[in-house]
Design a protein around this ligand. Structure first.
Ligand SMILES: [Zn+2]
Length: 334
């Protein structure tokens, strides 16, 4: 059975997608005709952190080190690059396998203790468990035109955008800072990975240490689909950026792109929200995640090129520890 078929079957069991939010399911159905990239890389690493017993307070304060470095962090945002980011933490080597792999992150640097001890960590496995609904709307996107800069900090390609692409949620305004991809997906659905996952990292304009990440599963299509970054006519295509050597200096990718058009519909009508963490060291908590019910389509040739380079930059799923998952925008019955 293909990855897609497995994922579709998993989604069918979820109230999230089967009743409240059919859009991802429909996308999967459509994709079933076009085929997809099938990844045979099974994830048997499972959850790595312990953390018995839920601490309902965990992940709520958002002040325990979200500032500073970190892949998902806001170190490019004004005001978010606190002193924590320049105290040597950035020099600690980490990775996705071996003795610097995810199960050791909490031991590699004293400032990364949350990776081992945190109880509201990301990513998570999405099952039907603990899913609730809310009539409150999910994030409302106000993404717009931007130029793009990219660099390779070591474990992924980071795409930085101009200021001005915002979203509103819960009365707060967040600004898109950067986006990046993980392969395979970090979040799973009933234990099943998607081929890749994109993270759009936003910073609360009123409180820059608070982050909001919109995540979406990436699904490959055999048919021709515009390049996920620049479209068919981009000066530098997605696949080219994958080859950027490791370095901290962003390069201008040339041209501009209207994010409101490239990522039409995100984050969908019924995003699934929960309070989590950075998925890379320092694993800081207080990061609000929204997992889009819409997948991000990508041409299989692009997806395969990505997976050739980044087929293992995902953190294994972490214990839910009693956290509720909320599907937003669902009207109360009756
Ligand atoms: Zn990420």
């Amino acid at each position: 059975m293909s990855t897609l078929a497995v994922a579709r079957r998993a989604l069918l069991r979820l109230g999230w997608s089967s009743s409240a939010a059919p859009s991802l399911l429909l996308a999967l159905s459509a994709a079933g005709l076009g085929g997809c990239v099938v990844s045979d890389k099974s994830d048997d690493s499972g959850a790595v952190s312990g953390g018995d017993g839920a601490d309902e307070g965990a992940g709520e304060d958002g002040a325990d080190g979200v500032d500073g470095a970190g892949e998902d962090g806001a170190d490019g945002a004004d005001g978010a690059d606190g002193s924590d980011g320049s105290d040597g933490t950035e020099d600690t080597e980490w990775g996705y396998s071996g003795d610097i792999g995810p199960e050791y992150w909490g031991e590699l640097d004293e400032e990364w203790a949350a990776c081992a001890e945190g109880e509201a960590q990301s990513p998570i496995d999405i099952t039907g468990e603990l899913i609730t609904t809310s009539p409150e709307p999910g994030p409302v996107l106000g993404w717009g035109p931007t130029t793009l800069r990219a660099y390779n900090p070591g474990h992924y390609i980071r795409y930085e955008v101009d200021s001005g692409s915002t979203l509103t949620w819960g009365g707060n305004t967040y600004e898109l800072d950067q986006f990046h991809f993980h392969g395979l997906s970090e979040h799973t659905v009933d234990g099943t990975h998607f081929d890749a996952e994109v993270h759009f990292v936003h910073v609360d304009l009123a409180s820059p240490t608070r982050l909001l990440v919109i995540a979406a599963f990436v699904i490959g299509y055999d048919e021709s689909i515009p390049d996920p970054i620049f479209g068919a006519d981009g000066a530098l295509r997605f696949r080219d950026a994958l080859a950027l050597p490791e370095g901290e200096t962003p390069i201008d990718l040339g041209g501009s792109v209207d994010l409101s058009e490239v990522f039409t519909g995100f984050p969908g009508a019924y995003p699934l929200g929960y309070s989590g963490s950075l998925t890379t060291p320092p694993c800081s908590e207080g990061v609000q995640f929204f997992i889009s019910d819409l997948s991000m389509p990508m041409a299989s040739v692009d997806l395969e090129a990505f997976l050739d380079v980044y087929d293992y930059n995902y953190r294994p799923v972490q214990p839910l520890n009693g956290r509720a998952l909320t599907v937003y925008g669902v009207s109360e019955p009756g």
